[in-house]
Design a protein around this ligand. Structure first.
Ligand SMILES: [Zn+2]
Length: 265
């Protein structure tokens, strides 16, 4: 059976001498793994369309439910070449590629994440372009790195929420009272009284809590208009990264996690 959809290349793995396994985040099939025959040969029909981040119209063929359908077409809609062209930008974006691969189950349609991923790439590229075109060291008080960090943090928060792992910062995880001590092992803040025997926490400022809940609800058009301080971005980023590191090292890739995620849909 032949299927068509649009997708973004997340990563490729060499297979044999000239073939590739290509991971797409797609509009209609969620995370999709496909087999591409001979894309590494010079006259390949795929051309440069299998470079990471390339957004394309794709077609693939396979029996229903097959785990590795064969990619038959890939027509570029947008290459996101600008993000790939500088290693620093690509490394930043690689972080959300890896997270998406870890948090999204194969073949689980998730259009919200697909759209957000695409919008995030578009905004990152537009910002790079704007800073480069006008040689801007800063714009409205922000440098390019802080600008890109904001989009990445926003994406991470939305991905965590959709996969059921958003940290809870709005009140003590036990008694509900106001609390500012965040524990990665619990994914929540706790008040002093309820956290007496726990490990060392991250202490979270009120500003970060507010910022986090704003990002959780705001869409990307709102993100385009805000200019948070670098300190706020870095504080929230540290908490999120510690939280993500804890869950990915403990739970992800286990069968238990796969079952948990499956139960959310
Ligand atoms: Zn408490």
């Amino acid at each position: 059976m032949l299927y068509r959809t649009e997708g973004i290349v997340l990563k490729t793995i060499p297979f044999g001498e000239a073939d590739l396994i290509v991971y797409f985040l797609t509009h209609d099939c969620g995370l999709l793994r496909t087999f591409a025959r001979s894309p590494l040969k010079t006259k390949s029909r795929f051309g440069s369309s299998l470079e990471p981040l390339t957004h394309s119209q794709i077609a693939f063929i396979g029996k229903e439910g097959t785990s590795l359908p064969r990619l038959t077409r890939s027509d570029i809609i947008h290459s996101f070449q600008l993000i790939r062209s500088e290693i620093n930008y690509f490394i930043m974006v690689s972080e959300i590629i890896e997270l998406t691969l870890k948090f999204i189950m194969e073949r689980e349609v998730n259009r919200k994440i697909y759209t957000l991923f695409l919008e995030t790439l578009c905004n990152i590229e537009n910002n790079i372009l704007e800073f480069q075109t006008y040689f801007l060291p800063k714009r409205n008080g922000q440098n390019l790195k802080a600008r890109l960090d904001l989009y990445l943090i926003h994406y991470k928060i939305k991905l965590l929420r959709i996969s059921g792992y958003a940290p809870k910062l709005d009140g003590c995880g036990k008694c509900g009272r106001e609390a500012d001590r965040f524990f990665t092992s619990q994914g929540s803040v706790f008040c002093k009284k309820c956290s007496q025997r726990m490990e060392a926490p991250f202490v979270i400022s009120k500003g970060v809590k507010k910022f986090y809940y704003n990002l959780l609800t705001w869409d990307i058009t709102k993100i385009n208009r805000i200019r948070p301080s670098e300190m706020l971005l870095s504080e929230l980023s540290d908490i999120l990264n510690a939280h993500i590191e804890y869950i990915t090292s403990r739970t992800l890739n286990s069968k238990e996690f796969a079952r948990f995620l499956a139960s959310l849909f």
